[in-house]
Design a protein around this ligand. Structure first.
Ligand code: HAM
Length: 446
């Protein structure tokens, strides 16, 4: 047999045996965000292309080279035709959603988080996919550096609770439009001197947005950019004071950081604080989280002027990082009970009992593929069932069966009548608490 098509390059399937890793990250990140006052927001996978062009910026690599865009033909007299793009990131869509739904008219700050798939037509390599997933959070309505510290502290807490300690926090300030005017002038001067060596995209950027040359992926442009003037030397008084306050707060909170004046981020909307959490343990694509402040974006897309900031962490990169150091995940739910059956009457009884226990939240299985008893017990073992019951004509007749603890071999008589669910619950709960504590505590805060 040959598949008619394979998965597109740069995408990944997640097998049911791997999905616990995703659940661990999504659960820990969401729970931590909720403790910090963030609530989940959901928004579409695609948006009008104009939204990304205006917010992410039409001189960025993301917009110029990496967007998946379709032109949709009209189905309604031209009203719904247009150009749509699969979201390359979440900040623009979240910003559009909060403005469009009037969410910024209520008490601020507004704090939201999201778990989304994103799409970028990038060169595929380890940790760099074309469909990838982000856990992101955005906070609207606070201009104070205290909010920057709060958001950075939240990322640090999520990483800590996931058992990730092999990451470093890098911070920088890229100023506001006021201080950036002078900086752009200096960059233009610097890059003009080596104009002939720049890639064609950066040649265009030199005129339109010279800061974007700083994060061009072409090795030659990167080499030239190494000695370019640094934005930190051009910060205005307000941006400087903001950055100083952030550093003081991080220091007070015991959050270690390094100032990296080369961080500019690849998206146009940032102002003032930008930050990245980076690991050396997963190869060249070691940035597991990126974020920063974007005080002009809400107004730029049509809302009232509202300062804002946020971050997004790449879930695939978090998994690579956790795997690189053997961090623990929350294990999958294990099978509580397997009810084996020796004939059709017994299978019918098993189906009824299974259904009752499932209603109480137990994970219970029985045979539906017609295996012999030996094969059923082998299967029970394979799926890690904690207990097993074998039903045959004797058990059906007497209304009683033996409940076998699969780990110890210990057997207890159990009624198959009205008391079945209560009896099983008592044994299962007692067994849970007699297990080693390691079954429950992950040793890394989970
Ligand atoms: P970003 O730095 O483009 O920022 O992406 C955030 C994170 O997503 C990265 O640090 C990385 O972990 C992951 N990521 C990005 N591209 C890929 C890829 N091709 N394959 C795998 N993982 C990837 C943003 O997206 C901003 N919206 C973050 C933000 C939110 N800033 C303010 N609020």
């Amino acid at each position: 047999m040959e598949l008619i098509a394979q998965r597109p390059n740069g995408t990944k399937d997640v097998a049911p045996t791997e999905v616990y890793k995703w659940h661990t990250i999504e659960r820990i990140a969401a729970e931590t965000a909720e403790c910090c006052g963030f609530k989940e927001i959901r928004f579409p996978t695609f948006e009008n292309t104009a939204l990304f062009k205006r917010s992410v910026g039409d001189t960025t690599d993301v917009v110029q080279k990496e967007m998946y865009t379709v032109t949709a033909k009209s189905r309604d007299n031209g009203k719904d035709s247009g150009e749509f793009t699969l979201r390359p990131e979440g900040t623009a869509g979240a910003a559009r959603a909060v403005v469009e739904n009037g969410l910024l008219n209520s008490a601020l700050p507004l704090k939201v988080f999201y778990i989304i798939s994103c799409f970028r037509h990038e060169k595929v390599q380890k940790g760099r996919l074309r469909e990838f997933h982000q856990f992101g959070a955005e906070m609207y309505g606070s201009a104070d550096a205290g909010a920057d510290a709060e958001v950075i502290a939240m990322v640090a807490k999520i990483l800590d609770r996931l058992g990730i300690d092999n990451v470093e926090l890098m911070i920088n300030s890229i100023g506001c439009p006021k201080c950036r005017a002078e900086y752009h002038k200096a960059l233009k001067e610097y890059f003009s001197a080596r104009k002939d060596e720049l890639c064609p995209t950066c040649l265009d950027r030199l005129e339109r947005n010279p800061m974007r040359i700083l994060d061009c992926k072409s090795p030659i442009c990167q080499d030239i950019a190494k000695d370019a003037p640094l934005i930190l030397d051009f910060l205005c008084e307000d941006c400087s004071a903001h950055f100083e306050k952030l550093k003081r707060l991080l220091g007070e909170m015991g959050i270690g950081y390094t100032v990296d004046p080369h961080i500019v981020r690849g998206l146009d909307y940032y102002t003032k604080t930008v930050f990245e959490f980076v690991t050396k343990d997963i190869g060249a694509q070691g940035t597991v989280c990126g974020g920063g402040r974007y005080d002009g974006l809400i107004e730029q897309i049509g809302g009232n002027p509202t300062p804002a900031l946020g971050f997004a962490m790449g879930i695939e990169r978090l998994i690579l990082t956790m795997d690189s150091k053997g961090a623990q995940y929350i294990p999958d739910k294990k099978c509580d009970l397997y009810i084996a059956s020796m004939d059709e009457d017994a299978q019918t009884k098993a189906a009824v009992l299974v259904d009752k226990l499932r209603s109480e939240g137990f994970y219970v299985e029985f045979d539906t593929v017609g295996r012999g008893l030996k094969a059923q017990m082998k299967y029970a073992d394979k799926i890690g069932a904690a207990f097993a019951i074998v039903l045959g004509s004797n058990e059906i007749e007497s209304g009683k069966a033996m409940l076998k603890n699969m780990a110890t071999g210990e057997q207890t008589e159990i009624s198959l009548g009205d008391k079945f669910v209560d009896d099983f619950s008592n044994v299962a709960v007692a067994n849970m608490f007699s297990g080693t504590l390691d079954d429950f505590s992950m040793g890394n805060g989970i």
